[in-house]
Write a protein that binds this ligand. Structure first.
Ligand code: P6P
Length: 323
């Protein structure tokens, strides 16, 4: 089974991007090791502080963020970074041409109950002369991403990424510390009967989303004509990994609990990278009204309504929003 460095050398035309992905994996292998020690690592529980999102940080949120920052700051290819756990962008190396945006540990509310979490990353190219410390440098549409991926810390540690020529999956062999190629062309089935959404928010959704979910719950007798199954892990990386592996639709749609937030998930380092992966694997990613990767960002931590997965099912949901 091909090792990640050899695969990148063969398939990633941009050597700088290849080096950034390889460098990121050094931090992710360290995160994987600490997570798989669980409570023995002594880093479970709350960090007793909040991040810029107003969310209570776990100790491993802070540790993971620091590990990734340290890795990226040491790479001459990296001009700057933006993180869910950082209020502002962080300049790295003036000679760098790339920007790395990441959620160091997505789903971290699951850590203390031993449920799968993951690191999500997005890579953009900086405009010539841009500053890594300025938010405007990062505010590019998802269609501009040169690479995107995640590392899933589950029963096994899996890397899924794309540099624009399909989606590739790897599994970490902890005996040798290498990511080994599993599938060089990951594809999402066109149709599905499996949906993922947090049903407790049903009364806060737009009427269009309420109508779609009501119809899919009618099963074979309803207008969608089939029985659906439901999953909700409360860890986007785990949901998207399942969908990339066997199909499905993931939805964290707009809800009116806080009108200032058009969704819970963050566009730049959750919505965009996951949308690139889903689209590269033959799926679709929409807000219900627009393609996620077409959105022109206005702020690094802005939120977005996410509906993504099997193309035919996402098109059905978009149809409910447009009719
Ligand atoms: P809820 C994790 O906190 C996250 O950002 C995503 O990974 C996940 O899909 C979602 O929030 C879960 O949200 O409201 O169901 O806890």
């Amino acid at each position: 089974m091909q090792r990640l460095p050899a695969f990148l050398k063969e398939h990633c035309t941009d050597a700088d991007v290849a080096r950034i992905i390889e460098g990121l994996m050094v931090a992710c292998k360290d995160i994987s090791y600490r997570l798989h020690l669980g409570a023995l690592s002594g880093v479970m529980g709350s960090a007793e502080q909040e991040n810029v999102q107003g969310e209570c940080q776990k100790k491993l949120d802070v540790i993971s963020n620091d590990l990734i920052k340290e890795c990226l700051a040491a790479m001459p290819e990296v001009l700057g970074l933006a993180s869910e756990e950082e209020p502002d962008p962080v300049a790295c190396n003036a000679e760098g041409q790339y920007l790395v945006l990441f959620d160091p540990l997505d789903g971290s509310s699951n850590i203390d109950v031993n449920v799968t979490v993951g690191t999500i990353f997005s890579i953009l190219k900086a405009a010539p002369g841009a500053s890594g410390a300025t938010a405007a440098t990062y505010l590019q549409a998802g269609s501009e991403q040169v690479a995107a991926g995640y590392v899933l810390y589950g029963p096994s540690t899996t890397l899924m990424f794309s540099t624009g020529n399909g989606v590739h999956s790897f599994t970490l062999d902890p005996r040798i510390g290498e990511f080994l190629l599993l599938n060089d062309k990951v594809e999402i089935p066109e149709t599905t009967s499996e949906f993922a959404i947090n049903m407790s928010n049903q009364r806060f959704w737009l009427p269009q989303m309420q109508a779609y979910v009501a119809d899919l719950l009618k099963g074979e007798e309803g207008p969608l004509g089939k029985r659906y199954n439901m999953r909700w892990i409360a860890s986007m990386v785990a949901e998207i990994h399942r969908i990339l592996t066997r199909g499905g639709i993931f939805m964290y749609p707009y809800d009116n609990r806080d009108p200032s937030k058009p969704g819970k998930l963050r566009l730049m380092y959750e919505g965009n990278p996951m949308s690139m992966l889903v689209e590269q694997a033959g799926g679709k990613a929409s807000t219900g009204f627009d393609d996620i990767t077409a959105i022109q960002p206005e702020a690094i931590h802005q939120r977005v309504s996410c509906i993504m997965g099997s193309a035919a099912e996402v098109s059905t949901v978009v149809g409910y929003h447009r009719d």
